[in-house]
Design a protein around this ligand. Structure first.
Ligand SMILES: [Ca+2]
Ligand SMILES: [Ca+2]
Length: 542
C-alpha cells in the first residue's frame, strides 16, 4: 500500500484460545492459519439471527481507520496492507464453513434480574444521590438505559404474571396478589418458550405464581431449577426456610437472600457452557427491611441521619449491586461476557417514597399500589457488548408483557410459526407449533399483548408500534398511548401529557376530548374478565 493511503481496520471476534490476542501486523496474522477452526466472525451491531442450520458467517466489516469506530478493543485486528486484507478474507471465509455449533449458532445467554419494590430513582443512573449502585450504573453506561419502561402491574404477583405470559393485566391469568393464585399447565411462560429453544432455565428468588407442589410452581412452568419463595407472603421475612423445586430447605437462620444469590451463582457455574436463562426475581428491597448488620452495604449507611428503613433499603440495594458486580465479573471470567445479555429492572414502583431522603419516585405521583407513574414506571437497563450501543438511552414506552417476545426474538425462536395450533384453550390463544400433541409449547403464542423491542435494543430494524399499553389495579384502569396517559376511575377519565406532566397534575381530558375518547376506548376494550383467582392453597407459613 502506498504511503498516505488509508489504512483499514478489520474487526473480527476470534473465539477460543485466540480470542484475547491482539494482532498488530499482517505477518502475525498468518499464525491464525494453524489455529483451531472454531472461529466466529462477529460484528458489533450486526444483524441478529440465530439460525439453527449451517450457514455462512456474516462478512467482516472493513472500515477506514481514519474513521474511529466504537469497536471492542479486545477484538481489533489492525493491518496496513491490502494484501494482508485479502489474506485475512481468504483465511476467514473457508473457516466460516466450520462455524456450525460454535457461538455463531448459539443464542445469547439471558440474565433477567428483577428486584422487588425498588423505585425509579433509586439508582445512580436514574439520579439517586443517596444510594450507591456503581455496578448497575456500569450496566447502563455499557448498555442502554430506558426512561419509559413499566412494570405490567403495580404489585408483585400480577406483575410477574404479565412478565411470564406476555399478557397485560387485562388478559394475564394471575390478577390477584395473594401469591397462591396459580398459573395453569396450559399457560405459556417465558421459561417454557426458552426451554423449547434449548435453554437451561433457572429461577432464584420470589415466584408468586403458584405454591410448591402445585401446577403453578416454577419447575412445572418451564424452569429446570427453582430456589426461593413460592408464595410472596412467605417472602415477607428474610429469616425463614426456602424451597428448591418444591422441596423444603432449612437455612438455620441464614439470611435468605444470601442463599438465593449463592444458588444463582451455582447455576451460572453449572450452565456457563450452554445457552441459559437465569431469572433472578430477587426479593430485596421489599419489606421486611432486614439485612445482616455486618453486611458491608449496611455498614456504608448505618451512620446516616435517616430512619432505619431508609438505611436498610439503601443497604439492600447496594448489597444487590455488589452481587451484580460479582455476576458481571463471573461472566468475564467464563468469557461469556459478550454472549450474555443482562437486564436489570424492578417489579413495580417503590413501596415507600422516602421523600426528602431517597426521593424514590421523584416528581411522579403515587408509589406501589398506584396506577400513577410512581407505581408502575421502573428502571430498566440492558447490556450486551457489541450489540447494544454503550451509553445509549431510549424513551420507548414498553413493559413486562414485551419480555417474552423480546427474549424469544433474541433466542431466534420466531420461525416456524403455526397459526392454527391451539396452545392455550382457556385464553383462546392460537399460535406456534406444539410438541407432543400440545403438551409442550414451542415458541411464542400468537395473541399475546407484548411486542419484541429487539429492534430498539439493537438500534436496527423497524420497531413495531402499537396503540397502547394497559394496566388495571383495584378497579382502576390506565393506558399509555404515545406520550398520553389516561386513568379510568369509575366514570371519571383523566388525561395527562407525560411529555410535559410526568407528575400527572394537569387533567387535559376536557381540553383534548378526542384524545381522551380514544384512550378511554382503549381502557374499556383491553380488559377481559378474569378466570378463577382461587388460591391453590392458602399460605400457611409452612
Ligand atoms: Ca414488588
Ligand atoms: Ca405452562
Amino acid at each position: 500500500m502506498v504511503a498516505g493511503a488509508s489504512a483499514h481496520r478489520l474487526t473480527c471476534n476470534f473465539m477460543g484460545s485466540i480470542c484475547s490476542q491482539v494482532v498488530t501486523s499482517g505477518t502475525e496474522l498468518t499464525n491464525y492459519i494453524s489455529l483451531p477452526l472454531s472461529v466466529r466472525i462477529l460484528m458489533p451491531m450486526r444483524p441478529l439471527k440465530f439460525e439453527r442450520t449451517l450457514r455462512a458467517a456474516p462478512p467482516c466489516r472493513v472500515e477506514s481507520a481514519s474513521k474511529q469506530g466504537e469497536t471492542n478493543p479486545m477484538n481489533i485486528v489492525r493491518f496496513t496492507s491490502t494484501g494482508a486484507l485479502l489474506l485475512i478474507l481468504l483465511i476467514a471465509f473457508p473457516l466460516a464453513g466450520y462455524s456450525q455449533d460454535t457461538a455463531e449458532d448459539t443464542p445469547p445467554n439471558i440474565i433477567y434480574i428483577m428486584v422487588d419494590d425498588m423505585g425509579y430513582h433509586d439508582l445512580g443512573c436514574y439520579g439517586s444521590t443517596t444510594i450507591q449502585t456503581p455496578n448497575i450504573d456500569r450496566i447502563a453506561a455499557e448498555g442502554m438505559r430506558f426512561t419509559d419502561c413499566y412494570s405490567g402491574d403495580t404489585v408483585c404477583a400480577s406483575a410477574r404474571s404479565t412478565l411470564m405470559t406476555g399478557l397485560h393485566k387485562g388478559h394475564t391469568p394471575v390478577r390477584g396478589n395473594s401469591g397462591g393464585i396459580p398459573l395453569f399447565p396450559e399457560d405459556v411462560t417465558v421459561a417454557e418458550v426458552l426451554k423449547q429453544g434449548g435453554y437451561a432455565t433457572g429461577a432464584f428468588g420470589k415466584w408468586g405464581l403458584g405454591n410448591q407442589g402445585h401446577d403453578g410452581a416454577a419447575e412445572r412452568q418451564g424452569f429446570d431449577h427453582f430456589f426461593g419463595y413460592y408464595n410472596q407472603w412467605h417472602a415477607h421475612t428474610y429469616y425463614t426456610h426456602l424451597f428448591r423445586n418444591s422441596e423444603k430447605v432449612e437455612l438455620d437462620g441464614r439470611y435468605t437472600h444470601y442463599a438465593i444469590y449463592d444458588e444463582a451463582i451455582q447455576f451460572l457455574h453449572e450452565h456457563h457452557d450452554e445457552p441459559f436463562f437465569l431469572y433472578c426475581p430477587w426479593t430485596p428491597p421489599h419489606a421486611a427491611y432486614e439485612i445482616p448488620e455486618e453486611d458491608p452495604a449496611y455498614q456504608l449507611y448505618k451512620d446516616e441521619p435517616w430512619d432505619n428503613s431508609a438505611k436498610v433499603v439503601a443497604a439492600m440495594d447496594t448489597m444487590m449491586d455488589r452481587q451484580i458486580g460479582e455476576i458481571m465479573a463471573l461472566l468475564k471470567e467464563y468469557k461469556i461476557d459478550d454472549n450474555t445479555i443482562v437486564f436489570f429492572t424492578s417489579d413495580n414502583g417503590a413501596a415507600k417514597r422516602f421523600d426528602g431522603i431517597h426521593n424514590s419516585c421523584g416528581v411522579m405521583q403515587g408509589h406501589k399500589r398506584s396506577l400513577f407513574e410512581g407505581g408502575i414506571r421502573v428502571p430498566m437497563v440492558v447490556r450486551w457488548p457489541g450489540h447494544i450501543e454503550a451509553g445509549s438511552e431510549s424513551d420507548l414506552p414498553w413493559y413486562f408483557p414485551d419480555v417474552m417476545p423480546t427474549l424469544a426474538d433474541l433466542a431466534g425462536l420466531t420461525e416456524n410459526f403455526d397459526a392454527d395450533a391451539t396452545i392455550n384453550d382457556s385464553a383462546g390463544i392460537k399460535g406456534r407449533a406444539t410438541m407432543d400433541g400440545g403438551v409442550g409449547i414451542n415458541y411464542v403464542p400468537e395473541g399475546i399483548d407484548g411486542i419484541s423491542i429487539l429492534p430498539t435494543l439493537l438500534g436496527q430494524g423497524e420497531q413495531q408500534e402499537r396503540d397502547y399499553l394497559f394496566w388495571e389495579f383495584g378497579g382502576k384502569r390506565a393506558v399509555r398511548s404515545g406520550t398520553w396517559k389516561g386513568i379510568l376511575s369509575g366514570d371519571n377519565f383523566a388525561l395527562y401529557d407525560l411529555s410535559e406532566d410526568r407528575a400527572e397534575q394537569n387533567d387535559l381530558a376536557d381540553e383534548q376530548p378526542e384524545i381522551a375518547q380514544r384512550l378511554r376506548g382503549y381502557a374499556e376494550e383491553a380488559y377481559e374478565e378474569q378466570r378463577s383467582q382461587q388460591d391453590d392453597g392458602k399460605y400457611t407459613g409452612k
